[in-house]
Design a protein around this ligand. Sequence first.
Ligand code: ATP
Ligand code: MG
Length: 339
Amino acid sequence: MLPKTPITFAYGDGIGPEIMDATIRILTAAGAAISPEVIEIGEKVYLQGNTSGIDAQAWDSLRKTKIFLKAPITTPLGSGYKSLNVTIRKTLGLFANVRPCLSLHPFVTTKHPRLDVIIIRENEEDVYAGIEHQQSADVVQCLKLITRPGCEKIIRYAFEYAKTYGRKKVTCMTKNNIMKLTDGLFYQTFQQIGAQYPEIEKEHQIIDIGAALLADQPEKYDVVVTLNLYGDIISDVVAQIAGSVGLAGSANIGDHCTMFEAIHGSAPDIAGKNIANPSGLIQASILMLMHIGQNRVAERIHNAWLATIESGSHTADIFRQGVSKAKVGTQQFADQVIG
Ligand code: ATP
Ligand code: MG
């Protein structure tokens, strides 16, 4: 028996509790050696008057376990509420957001059967540093913050990732023709660090045409590294053209802590209806298991998940007449993965 790894879990808001239930049932059935510590974060905590959406007890658990499986949360609208996602990434130093997207053709309908892209998004800097000012009644400002150490860290991570996983090419996307200092620094760092990886092909594209080509011919891309905002946008695009934003998971990597989550949000429009696709969080849990060295359990879940997708049992977001066999709810999908 493997020793149990303590993991911090958060059920989140919207569809969070449903997809987390499904995921935990799968983890348990597959024999994952983990001991969950559940924390309450998000909407409930915000509405108790805590403007950060997370309390001291939750931080204690995260600092102790250093591994976090998080369902999506909702930041209430209105000024004064800080985005919990941004706070967690910054406080835990989660500098890289890694989002693998893979076509499941012919089982999931996509125009891009050979899509297999890893988006590596810088996670702490850029306009997400949250530095905004009211200049005057009618003028507001948001600061784009880029640092050399931040660029070095994410770009080295992207090349090391490519090397470790046998990827052939790293594409960097910036808008360095307009933002010569900020995006310029990201691009220069890409060139400098890239020179240390002669075996890996390198290319640079301006983000607008890069995003367009990525959406049109994703099979031409391998690993893509980019700044925070561009990464946020293109990773949703790639997941969606692979089939659904409901399919992809992500790892948020730091030097000391790691957080795993689905790439989508809390989807309040479909919450509580047992129709959300739990695959994004299942994928996140597979990445988590690999991170803690439980590769066999990860593989078991991945194979059972793939077999379920291949059987044609599909949640509404990927259900297509003539391709899918049965429209299933969140929990039925999980039941089938469990087998
Ligand atoms: P955030 O800002 O938190 O990323 P968002 O505005 O990007 O949120 P999402 O919550 O990701 O929005 O939802 C976008 C759309 O995708 C919604 O219409 C939602 O129903 C759909 N969606 C998101 N996640 C899933 C899922 N797991 N299964 C099915 N549909 C989903
Ligand atoms: Mg989103």
